[in-house]
Design a protein around this ligand. Structure first.
Ligand code: HEM
Length: 257
């Protein structure tokens, strides 16, 4: 503890973290809003909002999984070329020759599966709590788009190993898309880049998977979190008319134990 206190008093530490000495409630609040990472949270929140039982941290879990997918995906991009001649062998090589290749590929696959479950469960939790009601209806709509993007990321990633499973899954998936009235055939043509799955499809899915969809998802997540913060964080049921808020709805101040 003495060492930590000594480090915190050094000029180097103070030049990086310009925090006041925490003595009063106001100091505590000031150290909170002057921090880059912490200022997204309000200075005061209701204690029960922070409980695991309230939100099961499913939105946060979805966010962490998106982070895990981004980091593991960037690693895989170093060793994968999206061309029919190399895609399959690149995946084999990642599995066998590349340092941590099999591990990182599994992290990427499992994070993708678990993210789909986490996002769907988060949506169910939001519905159960009635958190889609005004003023949060806009965030609900953004959330629906986030779910669709998450599913599209899974679908586009499925083709990249370029094996039989991937080939036929995308053949079936895009054939299903062609049954959508009016826009079906055009959508299939745009996705495949030709009459059937081929090299044009692979590069299209790759660009969608590593650039376009993640960029839109990251942008919308930023809006989602900003809206969540502005709409006073989580939805907490108000006490019945005429009743005082229960003790557990007391406010906690940033930094308090
Ligand atoms: C990539 C997917 C998503 C991410 C990363 C994400 C992230 C988050 C986070 C971190 C929170 C606050 C904490 C929590 O509730 O756990 C939140 C709240 C919320 N999310 Fe999501 N979310 C996603 C998808 C969705 C979906 C699919 C919906 C619904 C269709 C949705 C609707 C909402 C709403 C309405 C809130 C406010 C909850 C409240 O007021 O209690 N989100 N989201």
């Amino acid at each position: 503890m003495k060492l930590i206190r000594w480090i915190k008093e050094t000029a180097v530490y103070r030049s990086i973290f310009r925090l006041p000495d925490v003595e009063t409630e106001r100091d505590r609040a000031a150290s909170h809003w002057s921090s880059f990472l912490m200022h997204i949270y309000p200075v005061k929140v209701q204690r029960r909002e922070l409980r695991f039982g309230y939100s099961a941290f499913l939105g946060v879990a979805s966010l962490v999984l998106f982070g895990s997918l981004t980091i593991s995906g960037i690693y895989l991009m170093f060793f994968y070329v999206p061309s029919p001649g190399t895609a399959y062998s690149d995946i084999q090589s990642i599995q066998t020759n590349i340092a941590f290749g099999q591990y990182i590929r599994n992290v990427h696959r499992w994070s993708a599966h678990v993210m789909v479950i986490a996002v769907a469960a988060h949506m169910a939790r939001v519905f159960y709590r009635g958190a889609y009601k005004p003023p949060k209806e806009f965030n609900w709509v953004i959330g629906v788009v986030l779910l669709v993007l998450t599913l599209l990321l899974s679908f586009t990633g499925y083709l990249l190993p370029w094996d039989q499973l991937a080939f036929w899954a995308v053949t079936v998936g895009t054939s299903m898309a062609s049954y959508v009235p009016v826009v079906g055939d055009v959508t299939k043509e745009i996705l495949l880049g030709g009459p059937s799955v081929g090299s044009a499809t692979l590069i299209r899915f790759y660009v969608l998977h590593v650039a376009l969809l993640p960029a839109i998802l990251a942008f919308l997540i930023a809006i989602h979190l900003w809206r969540w913060r502005k709409d006073s964080m989580l939805t907490v049921d108000p006490p019945p008319p005429g009743e005082e808020p229960a003790a557990e709805t007391e406010l906690v101040i940033a930094g308090e134990g």
